[in-house]
Design a protein around this ligand. Sequence first.
Ligand SMILES: *[C@@H]1O[C@H](CO)[C@@H](O)[C@H](O)[C@H]1NC(C)=O
Ligand SMILES: *[C@@H]1O[C@H](CO)[C@@H](O)[C@H](O)[C@H]1NC(C)=O
Ligand SMILES: *[C@@H]1O[C@H](CO)[C@@H](O)[C@H](O)[C@H]1NC(C)=O
Ligand SMILES: *[C@@H]1O[C@H](CO)[C@@H](O)[C@H](O)[C@H]1NC(C)=O
Length: 346
Amino acid sequence: MRTLVLFLLMGIVDVTISQSYSPFQWLSQLRGRRQNAGWYSEAADCPLECDCPTTYPTAMYCHSRNLQHVPYVPSHIKYVYLQRNQITGIQHGVFDNATNLMWVILSHNKLSSEKLSDSVFVKLENLDRLYLDHNELTRVPRNLPSSISRLQLSHNKIAKVSSKSFDRMSNLTTLQLQANVIEELEGGFKDLKSLIMLDIGKNKLRKIPDSLPESLQQLYLEFNKIESVPAGFLTMYPNLQFVRLAHNILTNKGLPSSVFNTSTLVELDLSFNKLEQIPNVNRNLENLYLHANKIKEFSLSSFCDTYDGTNFSKLKVLRLDANKISARDIPAEAAYCLRLVSFIDV
Ligand SMILES: *[C@@H]1O[C@H](CO)[C@@H](O)[C@H](O)[C@H]1NC(C)=O
Ligand SMILES: *[C@@H]1O[C@H](CO)[C@@H](O)[C@H](O)[C@H]1NC(C)=O
Ligand SMILES: *[C@@H]1O[C@H](CO)[C@@H](O)[C@H](O)[C@H]1NC(C)=O
Ligand SMILES: *[C@@H]1O[C@H](CO)[C@@H](O)[C@H](O)[C@H]1NC(C)=O
């Protein structure tokens, strides 16, 4: 008995099948078994464990069916969905014929670094997305193709990122490393000349990583153990617009006086830290989150140095709730400086 449920998702048909699957590797070698059942030839070399809908001849769906190995991937396949299985390793050569692969989705498996062959992805010269999140990897896989633009490595057990980890990956735009156990980054990001988004939240960082790429626009570092921000930090990264440092152990002592006063920053999240004063921010900042700190006074000079009616702050959202101030502490002049803020959460 088969139940076939079709979902339309991002323009690609996602086929979920609840059926009796076969965990046996040898079955994946069976070819042509579907030709007599009226399937088009595209599906003829589809592994028995998977589904290759003829309407999407370049996609192969093998997710959520207790697979323990990666099945044979026919050479014409571009998108392979292997998420939510029990895959522990990938043998050398499994993807060697599938050089057209663009997306490899292996999220929510049991992959360990020891069982991941060093060169398993190396021949995939067209690979664009590699999702390896929610696995048991202890290091960044080696020899990743330089064509990758999105790399998902969150929710693993990666402890160290070295300068070789992302060697030559000059097309990478999004790198997700959140929820690992990273304590240190040894200049691992130099080669990432296209990187726009870097998420290293929920790790064990004690300081803000240095030698980040200049292209970076979004830096997410929440839930770490960061105490300070080095002077001039933001001026080194002129494209940074979104910085999230919530749930760290920042104090005012750790923040040089104008470290956040750069005109490019749009959003700054400093909530759930140990700040006692509002840091100086630039007039161009639009969203500032300072809730759940220990702020005792409302210093309007943190936002505007003069209130002459022409130079006002562009701030739209200001959260100050769960601090040691109340609405009474906000001076009347705030209305001139913070004229775009619809209301201040205290
Ligand atoms: C790759 O293709 C070659 C030639 O078509 C074939 O002999 C080989 O078995 C294929 N490899 C895999 C892993 O299927
Ligand atoms: C990087 O991306 C560009 C533009 O999409 C492409 O032309 C180039 O081949 C890619 N580089 C690699 C190494 O794949
Ligand atoms: C931010 O820096 C500018 C100069 O770049 C300066 O005029 C302004 O007073 C500073 N703002 C604050 C709040 O320190
Ligand atoms: C803000 O003030 C500076 C001088 O302090 C001036 O050059 C600038 O034009 C003013 N900006 C606006 C938007 O009025």
